[in-house]
Ligand binder design. Structure first.
Ligand code: SF4
Length: 229
């Protein structure tokens, strides 16, 4: 049944985008405050957070620029400031002796540990969602991030759904239908990662099939896990 609101309401997709933009504003504002308290710029804070997530191998400058979706000179200036503050060190890249890897210093790790908690204020908002609402938002985020990534509109994320170790719907158990070939174990939709350190990009020729196989479960309600009461 049509109501007057159908005529006057902005389409739902537009309101979702407006809502996401508000959350983005809150994240940015919180990052500014957190960075200021540490004597950093938000970009410098993001770099420390990135290096914390890639602590094992470190990162090259070009990888930092790609991950932050900024130009290389911008990343270079921010890294140079972090080196001057003795929060980041430059050393040989173990994967290629001619390349330079950026790593956190001990002081940098302490600062990065604090920065890792910047988004925690959002947890209070996420925690008001029921478990099934959280699961729906988690899946929606994976779909949106993957779509933006395929279109080259955001930096590459280390998602399960783009990983060469991901085996979607390999098992009959509706609670843990997927399989991770890296750890050789089944897992469920609630375990799908957005930034996995073990992620390796699936070969280009299998990416679409991987995604289609993953979505097949979504259109088959009989395979969905039971609702949690
Ligand atoms: S290695 Fe990580 S990203 Fe890849 S399928 Fe396993 S858990 Fe997911």
């Amino acid at each position: 049944m049509q109501t007057p609101f159908d005529q006057i309401s902005q389409p739902l997709d537009g309101r979702i985008v407006a809502g996401l933009a508000k959350i983005g504003t809150a994240l940015r504002s919180n990052a500014w405050k957190g960075a200021e308290a540490l004597g950093l710029t938000p970009t410098q804070g993001e770099i420390l957070a990135l290096l914390r997530a890639r602590a094992k191998a470190g990162m090259r400058l070009s990888e930092v620029a790609d991950a932050l979706a900024v130009r290389q000179p911008t990343a270079s200036d921010a890294v140079a400031a972090l080196v001057r503050k003795e929060l980041v060190s430059r050393g040989p890249d173990p994967a290629d002796g001619r390349a330079i890897a950026l790593k956190l210093t001990r002081r940098g790790r302490t600062a990065a540990d604090r920065i890792a908690h910047w988004p925690d204020f959002l947890l209070r908002a996420v925690d008001v969602l029921a478990p099934e609402e959280q699961a729906a938002v988690h899946l929606a985020l994976i779909k949106m991030i993957r779509t933006l990534q395929v279109r080259g509109e955001i930096p590459v994320s280390r998602l399960c759904v783009t990983c060469r170790f991901f085996r979607p719907n390999a098992h009959d158990d509706p609670d843990t239908p997927h399989h991770c070939a890296f750890v050789d174990a089944p897992f469920g939709p609630r375990h799908l990662r957005l930034d996995c350190p073990e992620h390796e990009e699936a070969p280009a020729e299998s990416r679409d099939a991987l995604w289609t196989d993953f979505l097949a479960n979504e259109s088959n309600p009989s395979k969905q896990p039971p609702r949690q009461e």
